[in-house]
Design a protein around this ligand. Structure first.
Ligand code: HEM
Length: 202
């Protein structure tokens, strides 16, 4: 952030590069469907897991792991697959089935810090919309814990703000901003192809 409420140039650039695909997901997600059932939620969570596994692996245990500033608090952020695993276990899966779920083969794997910030913008930002959806769905799907949608709970705001601050500090040059934009777009598109269309991107 450049001021309390002014987005940094990189945040603005990321929003600009991804707002259309975010709006598309918002419109087409089964989670915004008026007749969402527990079965549909669990099927959706399974697809999200197949996308998140390689995304989290690439961000927090891959090529860029050592380049993150310490303040990123990687160990607090590298937990989203566990949220979904808990949802699926309560939704009727067992450990063997969980271990054999299909994994998205084309999720972007960041090789530079700006690209990692771009991918993390998507996985961290998703916790914001999740909280909004949780409020709307908790009563309708009361048998399920919806961990994925609760995000970091009370820590969601603070972790998003610290992410924004580090993003603004670390991704500054036009070249780095472009790299972050491309990575964020690739992450959103791989989500759309894998989770919503259930087929490889064209
Ligand atoms: C049902 C679908 C979705 C809905 C209704 C939704 C809704 C929202 C809402 C309301 C916000 C703004 C929250 C705030 O400012 O406090 C938000 C932010 C965001 N969401 Fe979603 N979302 C959805 C799906 C997703 C998915 C699947 C992803 C990523 C894979 C995602 C990524 C993001 C990102 C990156 C932001 C941060 C935008 C920014 O402030 O720059 N969203 N979403």
């Amino acid at each position: 952030m450049t001021g309390r409420n002014t987005p940094s140039p990189v945040l603005e650039a990321l929003r600009e590069a991804t707002s259309d695909v975010h709006a598309d997901l918002d419109r087409r997600s089964p989670l915004t469907d008026a007749i969402l059932t527990p079965e549909t939620y669990v099927d959706h969570a399974e697809r999200v897991m197949g996308w998140l596994k390689p995304i989290e692996q690439g961000l927090w245990r891959g090529e860029v792991t050592d380049r993150w500033p310490d303040e990123i608090q990687a160990e607090q952020r590298d937990v989203k697959v566990q949220w979904i695993e808990r949802d699926l276990l309560i939704g009727g899966y067992n450990a063997v089935r969980l271990g054999n779920l299909p994994i998205c083969p084309y999720a972007p794997v960041p090789l530079t810090l700006p690209a990692a910030f771009g991918v993390a913008y998507v996985s961290e930002g998703a916790t914001l919309g999740g909280v909004f959806l949780f409020d709307a769905l908790a009563k309708r799907l009361s048998g399920l814990p919806l961990h994925w949608l609760q995000g970091y709970g009370k820590q969601t705001g603070p972790l998003w703000r610290s992410f924004q601050r580090l993003l603004a500090q670390q991704v500054v040059s036009p070249r780095d901003i472009l790299e972050a934009q491309n990575a964020a777009r690739a992450a959103f598109e791989s989500f759309r192809c894998w989770v919503i269309d259930e087929k490889p991107c064209r």
